[in-house]
Design a protein around this ligand. Structure first.
Ligand code: FAD
Length: 456
């Protein structure tokens, strides 16, 4: 490696161009700061390249196939063939389009983007390795947005047939049998998608249930749907070994697989880029400890998957706004409620105070079953319910739902909580018919003691 003498200076250095880092760069440049963004891979980070975007693209394709082949009762019959190379080109085409958009935005904002691997040489100085050269960058402030990576199980080595979520989003041939280790949201989303594309899927979960962070009321419709799809779910089970495409489970059972997807969580990249040489605090979980303005130390901020809280793209983006506001001296912002969405079948949203916490806090939980939703019936999927959590005065503190297309309700749910809306506000807001959003108003009417499409 040739160590170059190139050294430059910037007002704000940002490491990592995911939804945390690139948004911080755009916001800071917009406010007039001189910004340098360093990315070792592709702009857009995990979310755009190997996470949210390709997984939701795959899920949409899987939904189309599954709906087509199960549409017999509607009068439609179809035979569907899958060209996996074309599927991969389609998924990659979507991510490429969005990546181009991010690159153009950064360019238009005047952000200097450096392709390279950054690490701290000193408290106020980065070394950036790109190919054979190393350059140095001094900064006034830095934002660490280096994200996270898949956790590897000690007894299971990755290889051509044992892959992470990234590999599961780019399979080169359609497997007959797939095992997904981990029943968290990534494992459930990927397992469901491949099952709908015709793969025989087994999900192996060490805990006593899949989607264990969620209350039973929200996850049970998904458990039932997985069963209907023919997905085998083994809970309270671990994988002892994977050898010659055979998984040996803790139950003693052996299952034949073509591909094993390991989706057992993600670890923050705080042990890279010489971050550990800085005088900053790390939690046992590997997360960087920050204050309410995302400050880890004087002049050093950390955002996104690197810090505690749900590992979600929109949380990273919101923290980017906070960090930039703090750097600009506008320290009055606070992180709002972070909606969680799972693109399972049916979809799940969870926003604000949880269904399990509500009773202990003396809050009311009001449930509108989708069996009474015209839209749910028109989609031919009247599963699940929408729940509104409210206090005695009717102020809405939580909204949760499992059902078809409910991901699109999460924004309204977050807005209602942010604006401290009451069940009166929500029920009197005119919701278009027939949409799943009506279920929010219906649950709010129920909370007011005047249910509309369900009996008292
Ligand atoms: P990342 O997006 O991880 O970006 C970090 C960037 O830093 C990367 O590009 C990396 O290359 C770069 N980097 C790291 N170290 C260095 C270094 N030393 N020098 C230079 N560059 C470096 N979230 C949702 O909200 N909705 C979803 O539907 C969703 N689906 C997901 C599906 C999957 C399969 C996965 C894996 C994740 C999903 N997520 C989803 C989570 C989401 O992708 C992350 O929460 C989000 O990307 C975190 O953003 P970030 O900016 O903190 O980090």
């Amino acid at each position: 490696m040739v160590v170059g003498a190139i050294s430059s200076r910037t007002e704000l250095a940002i490491i990592g161009a995911g939804p945390g880092g690139y948004v911080a760069a755009l916001r800071a440049a917009d406010a007039g700061l001189e910004v340098t963004l360093i990315e070792r891979d592709e702009p857009g980070g995990t979310c755009l390249n190997v996470g949210c975007v390709p997984s939701k693209t795959l899920i949409e394709v899987a939904i189309v196939r599954h709906r087509a082949i199960t549409a017999g009762p509607t009068g439609l019959t179809a035979t569907i063939d899958l060209d996996i190379d074309q599927l991969n080109r389609h998924v990659q085409g979507v991510t490429a389009r969005l990546r181009t958009g991010v690159t153009q935005l950064l360019d238009a904002a005047g952000v200097t983007v450096i392709h390279g691997d950054a690490s701290f040489a000193r408290y106020d100085r980065l070394s950036i390795a790109a190919g054979d050269t190393v350059s140095h960058l001094e900064f006034d402030n830095a934002i660490l947005a280096t994200g996270s990576r898949p956790v590897q199980l000690p007894n299971i080595a990755f290889g051509p047939d044992v892959v992470t979520s990234t590999g599961a989003l780019n399979l080169t041939r359609l497997p007959n049998y797939m095992a997904v280790i981990g029943g968290g949201y990534i494992g459930i989303e990927l397992g469901t998608a491949w099952a709908k594309l015709g793969v025989d899927v087994t999900i192996i979960e060490a805990g006593s249930s899949i989607l264990a962070d969620l209350p039973a009321a929200l996850r049970q419709p998904v458990e039932r749907r997985l069963d209907k799809l023919g997905v085998t779910v083994c809970t309270s089970t671990t994988v002892e070994s994977v050898a010659d495409r055979v998984l040996t489970l803790s139950s003693g059972q052996q299952i034949k697989v073509d591909v094993t997807v390991v989706a057992v969580g993600r670890w923050p990249n705080s042990d890279q880029a010489s971050i550990d040489t800085l005088d900053i605090e790390l939690a046992d979980s590997g997360h960087i400890v920050v204050d309410s303005q995302m400050r880890a130390a004087t002049g050093i901020y950390a955002i996104g998957d690197l810090v505690a809280g749900p590992a979600l793209a929109h949380k990273a983006t919101a923290e980017a706004e906070l960090a930039v506001a703090a750097i600009l001296g506008h320290s009055t912002m606070a992180l709002g409620v972070v909606p969680a969405v799972i693109f399972s079948d049916p979809e799940i949203i969870s926003v604000g105070v949880g269904l399990d916490e509500a009773p202990g806090m003396g809050l009311g939980v009001h449930r509108f079953p989708h069996a009474a939703s015209a839209r749910a019936h028109s989609i031919d999927d009247a599963t699940g319910s929408t729940y509104v959590v409210a206090d005695e005065s009717g102020t809405i503190l939580g909204i949760h739902a499992t059902g078809p297309h409910v991901s699109e309700l999460a924004g309204e749910a977050a807005l209602a909580i942010e604006l401290a809306a009451t069940v009166e506000d929500l029920s009197l807001t005119i919701h278009p018919h027939p949409t799943m959003s009506e279920s929010l108003a219906e649950a709010a009417w129920l909370a007011r003691g005047h249910p509309l499409h369900i009996r008292r």
